[in-house]
Write a protein that binds this ligand. Structure first.
Ligand code: HPA
Length: 236
């Protein structure tokens, strides 16, 4: 037990899939897990452990943003001895090369966040995903015939970014092709504890044209991404 997770230690698998949204966590558990059991529900963060094709896996929501992901990934790695976390999320595109529905495999996560500095006095501004997990995510996407773009992204504290010069600046300086809100804390904590983490994303918002995916398309596209994550889990 931790302040934010009430599961017993053996009730959390060594591999955890994290969507942001608790509702999506339940949808994933219902669709993909066998023998799913609710193992924690602190603050409504419904967390399920079951098996997928024989591999034990936990589905746990991260909530939105670096602070929320920071808390849950810290507690999972440190107190539950979790080895690997794959975040499945949505993102806004900064690039004309990424359309609604496209899939992104994150390489580096740039952030202005003080998370790593405040927690560990680390001043790096880019945190990296695990090459090991990324290899399998990429291979699985290929096997399922799904195109996935490998990219650096911006991990922002701000959903409603209204500085119109920012996207181009971050694209030019760090190659950020899209924007989300959790990976920096996840990748930093994985590195801190000697664990592995990765993130795949579905583009749901185009921050250049202002287009936003309908909720029906969001749900379908997101399920493709989750299938890639689940099929990768059995190889890791
Ligand atoms: N910004 C940040 N995170 C996001 C976005 C966005 O536009 N869309 C989905 N996740």
């Amino acid at each position: 037990m931790t302040p934010h997770i009430e599961a017993k230690e053996n009730e959390i698998a060594k591999i955890v899939i994290m969507p942001g949204d608790p509702v999506r966590a339940k949808l994933i558990a219902d669709k993909f897990l066998e023998d799913a059991k609710l193992v924690s529900n602190v603050r409504g963060m419904n967390t399920f452990t079951g098996t997928y094709k024989g591999t034990k896996v936990t589905i746990m929501p991260s909530g939105m943003g670096i602070p929320s992901m920071g808390i849950y990934s810290y507690e999972l790695f440190k107190f539950y001895n979790v080895d690997k976390i794959i975040k499945v999320g949505t993102c806004g595109s900064y690039s004309k090369d990424l359309d609604l529905g496209d899939l992104v495999l994150v390489n580096g996560s740039y952030s202005e966040s003080t998370y790593a500095k405040v927690q560990d006095n680390v001043e790096d501004e880019i945190m990296y995903a695990s090459d090991y997990i990324n290899f399998y995510l990429r291979e699985t996407a290929e096997e399922l015939n799904k195109h996935i773009t490998i990219a650096n992204i911006h991990c922002s504290d701000v959903f409603y970014e209204e500085d119109e010069t920012l996207k181009k600046k971050l694209y030019d300086k760090y190659g950020c092709m899209a924007c989300e809100m959790e990976s920096f804390a996840l990748f930093h904590n994985a590195k801190k504890f000697g664990k592995k983490a990765a993130q795949i994303l579905t583009v749901t918002d185009n921050l250049i044209t202002g287009e936003r995916a309908s909720s029906e398309n969001r749900q379908n596209d997101v399920m493709t991404m989750i299938e890639i994550a689940m099929e990768s889990v059995i190889k890791l």
